[in-house]
Write a protein that binds this ligand. Structure first.
Ligand SMILES: Nc1ncnc2c1ncn2[C@@H]1O[C@H](COP(=O)(O)OP(=O)(O)OP(=O)(O)O)[C@@H](O)[C@H]1O
Length: 280
């Protein structure tokens, strides 16, 4: 059986974005294939929003190139509310759907489908200003997908969304990808990121690691140990009641038990290595 690579929906190549003297992104390359979800993770100020805004063409990079579909074939949930406070859930969806050319029965049926999908049926006639933060995120995500765009860009759609509603949200995202859209989303939830086909870990505007979760895991080098009392506190972080400690090279100077690193360990270890390298 032969497999063909999915078409590329959007691509950032060697992108640098500066705000004054600070580089929010420095030489970042990311590809969004059709039918896949790309999850962008990283700490505060890592450059996630800037990368998504560059894909949405709200920011023109100082260097490098961004290729993405026309505006009317993109759906973007920005970091802000992403919906109009004075409009109801239905009105918000009708308004954006109409702006993208959906009309009549087609618009109504797509709107009702999304209201149901994101679990907002009982709130459909409530103004967006009267929704909880999590409900409003879900509405914003639905608005970004109403016209079946080729590229869906979601900036932290699940922040503030309760764990049950996150399942609704993830289902909507997966359905968009299953129908052929390329989805790029930022998230602070690493368990969510693990479900994406492709992960991009940003740190201080640079890509620390990227690939599938399996690629990222198999590319991890070094050892992680766990103990309440780590040998090098600078190289350790809290996990539950203990601390995990990273040993980047072959030598492990402790008898503490080793752990199989999960995504959280891998992201923190990579970030620590980078900051220690920068400091030395
Ligand atoms: N419009 C702007 N003007 C000046 N600096 C900016 C602007 N937007 C972003 N930055 C800076 O660029 C860097 C990256 O910010 P960005 O918002 O992309 O990060 P982020 O990963 O989305 O972080 P957070 O999760 O905290 O929003 C930060 O240092 C930020 O202060």
């Amino acid at each position: 059986m032969t497999t063909t690579a999915a078409a590329t929906i959007a691509e950032a190549r060697d992108v640098t974005v500066r705000f004054g003297r600070r580089a929010a992104l420095a030489g970042v390359s990311v590809t969004v294939p059709a039918g896949a979800v790309v999850a962008v993770v990283g700490g505060d100020g890592a450059g996630k929003t800037t990368l998504l805004r560059a894909f949405a063409r709200e920011i023109v990079p100082g260097a490098g190139t961004v290729t993405s579909p026309d505006k009317n074939r993109m759906g973007f949930l920005p970091a802000g509310p992403g919906s109009w406070a004075a409009l109801t859930v239905r009105q918000n969806l009708d308004f954006v759907g109409g702006a993208y050319g959906l009309r009549g029965r087609e618009l109504r049926s797509r709107r009702d489908e999304l209201v149901e999908r994101c679990g907002l049926t009982s709130a459909a006639d409530r103004q967006a200003s009267a929704l909880s933060g999590g409900m409003r995120r879900k509405l914003g995500a639905a608005m970004a997908m109403i016209h079946h765009p080729s590229l869906v860009i979601l900036d932290e759609p699940s922040t503030g969304v309760d764990p049950v509603s996150r399942i609704d949200l993830w289902r909507m995202v997966s359905e968009a990808a299953a129908q052929g859209s390329g989805v790029i989303m930022s998230t602070t939830y690493l368990d969510e990121a693990e479900r994406a086909a492709h992960l991009v870990v940003l740190d201080s505007g640079q890509v620390l690691v990227q690939g599938s979760y399996d690629d990222v895991r198999s590319g991890f080098t070094g050892t992680v140990t766990r103990s309440p009392d780590p040998v090098r506190r600078d190289w350790s972080w809290r996990r539950g009641r203990e601390r995990h400690e990273y040993w980047p090279s072959g030598s492990v100077d402790t008898d503490a038990p080793r752990v199989e690193p999960d995504l959280e360990d891998i992201v923190i270890a990579a970030s620590l290595s980078r900051s220690m390298r920068t400091a030395s």
